[in-house]
Design a protein around this ligand. Sequence first.
Ligand code: SAM
Ligand code: SF4
Length: 325
Amino acid sequence: MSVVIRYNWQKAEIQAIYDTPLLELIYQAASVHRQYHDPKKIQVCKLISIKTGGCPEDCSYCAQSSRYDTEVKPQALLEKETVVSIAQQAKESGVSRVCMGAAWREVRDNSQFEQVLEMVKEVTALGLEVCCTLGMLTEAQAKRLSDAGLYAYNHNLDTSQDYYSTIITTRTYDDRLNTINNVRQTNVTVCSGGILGLGETVGDRVSMLHTLATLSPHPESVPINILSKVVGTPMENQPDVPIWDVVRMIATTRIVIPTADVRLSAGRAKLSQIEQALCFLAGANSIFSSDNGHMLTVTTPCPGYNADQEMLNLFGLEARPSFVS
Ligand code: SAM
Ligand code: SF4
């Protein structure tokens, strides 16, 4: 199977891909993956939570929202030296992209933003791709991040437009799309995807992919998160997401947004090696790895560098260098 890049996908077409018999779907996605990417290469990313907790937003899955009583205690913005040292260590462990996350609703034009700009410059100077996820951005702020050398900006749609207000009430889908559009006015690449397991229907998943696949240009990176159920949040008792849904979602993303790095993100720690192998076969080519077993916060586990290196060796895969897309 070979596909061309399209921006005019219809929801019914995406639904038909999602519903393709499973092994045929994996085969088609694997073929598209080989058309646009080197299937031996996996992007290994490290997430650094530069500002943890105390977020005013009410995202109903999130351990960092101040609205819910979770294990996460608010912390101040990390010092630049701390961030650079974590990034340096990550680089030595084979990481090619560092994602700096802040539990903010939006970026403000204050001294903390100035500090983040300095972090972006210094971590980029290590030869690493830097991604930031800092909440909503104006075009002027996106431009300043771009001037600092930022490589990517993450801003997830999380779910469909229709289901969004069930999950988050403190901002709208249009706010999200607006920030993505502001980033698109600069040289910074876009990372945007969603979460499985929020109680959404298959139709919501298809609808979210439809929104992403009809953005022109497509996002360069699409994270597929599996809900990490955080005690104290409204999502703590959601049922598990079947692995087959994860594989279907990855494969469908690979087919409708062929050039993107499809990122198997939150929730990977709960997958066996066999399950992860299926995800890679279905077109996932990016992972988060860590030294301390945590991804975002203490409540979002992440596999370790050594375990991941062993897994990649076992599968005959290699970590991709920075700035090779
Ligand atoms: N505050 C910024 C924002 O929301 O854009 C950045 C940080 S936020 C933690 C980044 C992303 O992590 C969210 O958009 C969501 O997709 C993902 N995430 C957060 N908590 C999660 C959880 N418990 N399970 C799965 N994904 C989660
Ligand atoms: Fe805040 Fe981001 Fe968590 Fe939402 S996902 S509560 S915006 S840190």
